[in-house]
Design a protein around this ligand. Structure first.
Ligand code: AMP
Length: 283
């Protein structure tokens, strides 16, 4: 596996991989890789001739007072994991390669970025859209893989890719991969490493409470009661606060008062200083 840390090196390496028309899949990450990320790499390998993974802790998607400085950085370990997965090229740029002196451009996707994490983390999705747009322009992949763990992010990127012609028309180029979970159902996340042993145990209440709410929601009644119960269960289970617990349409992300046949439950909750997010289909 080759590693590029400067844009010039990346461009040459991508051109060499592309050769006479090989297809390239991009998998953007912020590193501290876990089985969820590696599942994206495997899906990418199955779909394209070559996989380019990126690792970049993107300062523009962290708000003031968020965990940009504390975010785990473990490039050597991550490189080994990617190599084992058969990733051809790792793009691990220095911040100045992505945001050179005087950088002044922002990408903002309206609609799907509003509410949920967009409401709690102002500017977060602008940061995500901006860096993903840059990664697409840098790597020029045929196809890219993102996790459903960040469902709203996936919706933002799909909208941006269509609006800005980042990918070929009529190609299903932005692929979502189902959430990979721990044994107790907690969605894998680099941020789970912040949890103490006790908090990690308490965190298992999140997917359990969500599944209980889904069981009620799938009967078609109003969402208010099951969502209220979910909030209470989380508070009693050791969570400090619930940022949101909402039912929304899976595609448009319009808020719903009850299941419309395409509903998804979205939750963000805090345990200690750690913010955990999850989402599940109402089936
Ligand atoms: P991150 O490094 O947290 O920015 O995540 C990089 C990519 O991996 C994003 O597309 C995430 O949605 C995806 N991802 C993170 N955790 C999981 C998970 N547990 N299951 C599936 N995809 C995930």
């Amino acid at each position: 596996m080759q590693t590029a840390r400067e844009l010039e090196v990346l461009r040459k390496a991508v051109d060499a991989l592309r050769g006479d028309g090989a297809t390239i899949a991009l998998v953007p990450t912020m590193g501290a890789l876990h089985e969820g990320h590696l599942t994206l790499m495997r899906e990418a390998r199955r779909t394209a001739d070559h996989v380019v993974a990126s690792i970049f802790v993107n300062p523009r998607q962290f708000g003031e007072g968020e965990d940009f400085d504390a975010y785990p950085r473990q490039l050597a370990r991550d490189s080994e994991l990617l190599e084992k997965e058969g990733v051809a090229l790792l793009w691990a740029p220095q911040p100045q390669e992505v945001y050179p002196q005087g950088y002044a451009t922002n990408i903002s996707v309206a609609g799907v970025s509003e509410g949920l994490c967009g409401g709690d983390r102002p500017g977060h999705f602008d940061g995500v859209a901006t860096v993903v747009c840059k990664l697409f322009n840098q790597v020029r992949p045929d196809i890219a893989f993102f996790g459903e763990k960040d469902w709203q992010q996936l919706a933002v990127i799909r909208r941006m890719a269509r609006d800005l012609d980042l990918t070929q028309p009529h190609v299903d180029a932005i692929r979502g991969v189902p959430i990979v979970r721990e044994k107790d159902g907690l969605a894998m996340s680099s941020r789970n490493a912040y949890l103490s042993r006790e908090q990690r145990e308490q965190a298992g209440a999140l997917p359990r409470a969500m599944r209980d709410a889904i069981a009620v929601l799938s009967e078609g009644g109003e969402a208010e009661r099951p969502l209220g119960n979910l909030r209470e269960v989380l508070q009693v289970s050791g969570f400090d606060s619930v940022d949101y617990a909402e039912l929304r349409d899976a595609d448009s992300l319009e808020p719903l008062e009850k299941d419309n046949g395409n509903a998804r439950l979205f939750v963000a909750a805090r345990i200690g200083g750690t913010r955990l997010i999850d989402n599940m289909a109402v089936e």
